[in-house]
Design a binder for this molecule. Sequence first.
Ligand SMILES: [Ca+2]
Length: 128
Amino acid sequence: MQSSELFKQKELSIDSNKPTKELEWIIRTLFDLIDIDSSGVITLEKALTAYHNWDLPADYAQELLRECANENHVIEFSNFLKFFFEKEKKIKELFHRIDTENDGRLKTFELKIALEREGVCVTIEVQR
Ligand SMILES: [Ca+2]
């Protein structure tokens, strides 16, 4: 991999309104990792434990509950799937906007242009 090629996107299907089987499997695996007692729902306590174990801020767990919890204050898989699918779509849309060459890869100069478009001035250093 070239050093100027930072990220490569495997596929770009931002128009899809439902997750691929592969993405649904990944999200299901994540749900099951958080749902440590296999009760079929995620509580704030389970989310806080998982995020703590993954060194993620507690705010993320609270956001997850705020966005996904039902009237019983727990997260069922269907809402969890929808939440992460929407996040995935936003990431792909951002990736597509930055990938000005439209080659499915983010290169240093494309990130520099994107950051400068947002008012962030950057310089590129080449490592040898
Ligand atoms: Ca590119």
